[in-house]
Write a protein that binds this ligand. Sequence first.
Ligand SMILES: [Zn+2]
Length: 162
Amino acid sequence: MAETRWQPDRSAPARRWPMPPLGTTLARGLACRCPSCGKAPVFDGYLTVVPACANCGAPLGAARADDAPPYFTILIVGHIVVALMLVVQRAYDPSNLVLSAIFVPLTIVLSLLLLRPIKGATVGLMLHFNMVKPEDELPPPAPAAPVAAATVVRAGGGLPPR
Ligand SMILES: [Zn+2]
């Protein structure tokens, strides 16, 4: 009799939402639309990712981008701003005050404009490669009100009467 050894299940779990090619997911994410179907928005507000797509049900909130979008934003904005600063410095040699007046607002505006599409694309990237938290590992919804029974302080102070 042939010896059989236990093998772990290495098959990828089946997705319950559509998954287009990588370029499409990135483009839809950059447009701040659902990377999976492209029909519903990724964000509820400026940067809050919706828990799931309203159209196809893709678990967008389970793709925790964390600090990857700010990292990519700093990388891109830094390369634009520093290169422009060097060119302007070389060409016009302006004072530090003029340089600051141009490039500090430019840095802020570029960062705020790019952060949202970059976060959308990051969520699309994570969804494409199935880098999502399993549903049973997601934190439970916050309780409505804290239970205060254990910390009730009696008005008169001291121990309760026996
Ligand atoms: Zn969708």
